[in-house]
Design a protein around this ligand. Sequence first.
Ligand SMILES: Nc1ncnc2c1ncn2[C@@H]1O[C@H](COP(=O)(O)OP(=O)(O)O)[C@@H](O)[C@H]1O
Ligand SMILES: [Mg+2]
Length: 332
Amino acid sequence: MYGQVAAVRNLSLTVERGEFLTILGPSGSGKTTTLMLLAGFEAPNTGDIVIGGKSVAAVPSYRRDQGIVFQSYALFPHLSVRGNLEFPLEMRGVKQKDRSARVERILNRVHLGDFGDRMPSQLSGGQQQRVALARALIADPPILLLDEPLGALDRNLREQMQGEIKTLHREFGITTVCVTHDQEEALTLSDRIVVMRAGQIEQTDTPESLYDRPATRFVANFLGEANFLDDIGLAVGADVPQSSETIAMVRPERIRIWAPDAAGRGFADDRQEVSGTVEEMIYAGPLRKYQVRVGHAQLIVREHVAAGQQVFRKGDEVRLDWLRTDIRFVTA
Ligand SMILES: Nc1ncnc2c1ncn2[C@@H]1O[C@H](COP(=O)(O)OP(=O)(O)O)[C@@H](O)[C@H]1O
Ligand SMILES: [Mg+2]
């Protein structure tokens, strides 16, 4: 609770030893608050937090053996990069000689070998973020807590650091809880993902299951793009089980797009098809995305770009079809 505001409510979460768990959700959904509860910077009004079988709800964060990367990095501004990295080792009573060796090793690991003498203010956002990550890891903590750890990095460096975090996680087996609003990052890094919405958990599952079997419309939309068949007024068919509370959904990459007179398309009972008009074609390197008007709604189609493929333009009449078995049902 922040005053009268309950930032997180009724949250129950178990993290397995050695697991990489990501808390994913839009801005303001309570991710940072949850992480600060885990870290001991916030205390829950009710309930408990247990690590390794022991209650730690009353243990202050500095007494806990954990590495943290804050959303704001929180480097010590008056200490050099080297000083920032030595700090957690000093706190744990590591000898000077060992400290220096470990600092050099981790600096190289995050590609900052030449930056040890700089002050944080002399670093870019991305470099500061990497120092924060190095500082969290340097004392080999059993638990690593990350709040938007790669948010300030540009795409290439972010992907490189994602790989680095994954390798570190695998090598050291650190139990990791990572907070992000970036769905791709969550899908790439995690053993399991917790999707948060308005201070509560919406769904927890593996990346594959969350994407392939989202439970709610919110999760379907937040992890990737979704086409809701109710929006185009399409009955799913009596052969597909559906209750009145669920909405039928198809992912854009499950839909095929055809010219109306295309040869070789054939028609099969196991597919559904509709007619539409291309409103937009967006080329995105390996993928082509179509926005197709169907009745009053729009369906999104994603296709891998391939040689000899027919490309449709704005205004083209097309047929769309998909397998009935690719339809998923979510709740509102
Ligand atoms: N110190 C605070 N005082 C009052 N409200 C806060 C404070 N910190 C966060 N909140 C509110 O709690 C909710 C969750 O915030 P936060 O956990 O930071 O979300 P996220 O990290 O998912 O963006 C938001 O509505 C936010 O405005
Ligand atoms: Mg946050």
